[in-house]
Design a protein around this ligand. Structure first.
Ligand SMILES: Nc1ncnc2c1ncn2[C@@H]1O[C@H](COP(=O)(O)OP(=O)(O)OP(=O)(O)O)[C@@H](O)[C@H]1O
Ligand SMILES: [Mg+2]
Length: 312
């Protein structure tokens, strides 16, 4: 797959605060990379550097084959940015904001008007189009922000915490829009503190902490790092509970007598599931419930940002 964004050895200090200490990553064309990290990890700094708003101290960045240090002006033509703090003009209407940005990107008046209309429809802002942005809700602003970054139909977009502060429903709507962008072949670099967001949307994740990449992989790979899946079998009676403990003894089950629940670590590919269920069936036990618990990205994040060593 083509690496449309490539970052090598990126460093950046503010005074004597070294925020990025050599970051490497790449994003394949048409996919999403999520950049995760706690507050102050350097996510916004990275996005600002990649979108030419801030110059790095060291490192190489290539975007769509363009060298960032040599041709920042060309990079601006292939990217769209939705920043962490909204860049809309409060006193203009949603429609005016879009058209103004279209003109900045050198669309003709007619093109800018047409593109603005399309985006207002796509982002469910038709009713609000003629209202001043200062009267928009947080969710409407975020949608307008994203719409603005798409005005010139860029093949690559950077989204810096696009759903922070949104209620669950607005977040879902935003996710749908982001998925549509991915479906249409757009390459996305997204930063987030919501692990679920990275889990839902991203093809690859990198976690930054202490100025370095401390983990990378697919959501599944990262979850696999924190340990095994667990099978929990809830029984209907104390007799069943005791019987199950004895027949599953070789799996070293954990037991919770109050909840009549037996827990077993299982392999992620589910290969030990059938033998276990067969044993239950053979003993004629029908459980009250069976659940599989997978580690969440929250577990990964806590583990990593507590400074514990995790192999890459
Ligand atoms: N213009 C600046 N001048 C000085 N220090 C800065 C500047 N911008 C950011 N920093 C510092 O750099 C570090 C990284 O900031 P950055 O905004 O990149 O973090 P972030 O990962 O985006 O955090 P958040 O999750 O809070 O958005 C922080 O310690 C911050 O205080
Ligand atoms: Mg930030």
């Amino acid at each position: 797959m083509q690496e449309i964004i490539k970052v090598r050895g990126l460093t950046k200090s503010y005074g004597d605060n070294q925020v990025l200490k050599g970051i490497d990553f790449e994003v394949h064309k048409g996919t999403m990379l999520a950049l995760l990290g706690p507050n102050g990890a350097g996510k916004t700094t990275t996005v600002k550097i990649l979108s030419t708003l801030l110059s790095p101290d060291q490192g190489e960045v290539t975007i769509a084959g363009i060298d960032l240090s040599r041709h920042p002006e060309q990079i601006r033509k292939v990217i769209g940015l939705t920043g962490q703090s909204a860049a809309v003009d409060e006193l203009l209407t949603g429609s005016e904001n879009l058209i103004m940005m279209g003109r900045l990107y050198q669309l003709s008046k007619e093109q800018a008007r047409q593109r603005a209309e399309e985006l207002l429809v796509d982002f469910d802002l038709v009713d609000a189009a003629k209202r001043k942005v200062k009267d928009y809700s947080g969710g409407m602003r975020r949608r307008l922000d994203l719409a603005i970054s798409l005005i010139a139909s860029p093949p690559i977009i950077f989204l810096d915490e696009p759903t922070t502060g949104l209620d669950p429903r607005s977040r879902q709507t935003m996710w749908q829009m982001i998925r549509l962008l991915l479906d249409s072949g757009t390459t996305i670099l997204l930063t987030t503190q919501y692990l679920e967001e990275a889990d839902q949307l991203a093809d690859q994740i990198i976690v930054i902490g202490g100025g370095k990449v401390i983990a990378r992989g697919t959501p599944e790979q990262l979850k696999a790092k924190v340990g095994q899946d667990r099978l929990e079998i809830r029984l209907k009676s104390i007799e069943d509970f005791e019987l199950v403990i004895s027949i599953l003894e070789k799996y070293s089950p954990t037991q919770d007598q109050d909840k009549l629940t037996v827990g077993i670590s299982i392999k992620g590919d589910g290969s030990d599931l059938k033998p276990i269920l067969d044993l239950l069936e053979y003993a004629r036990i029908s459980p009250a419930g069976i659940e599989i618990h997978r580690p969440t990205l929250d577990d990964v994040f806590l583990l990593l940002t507590n400074g514990e060593e995790v192999d890459e």
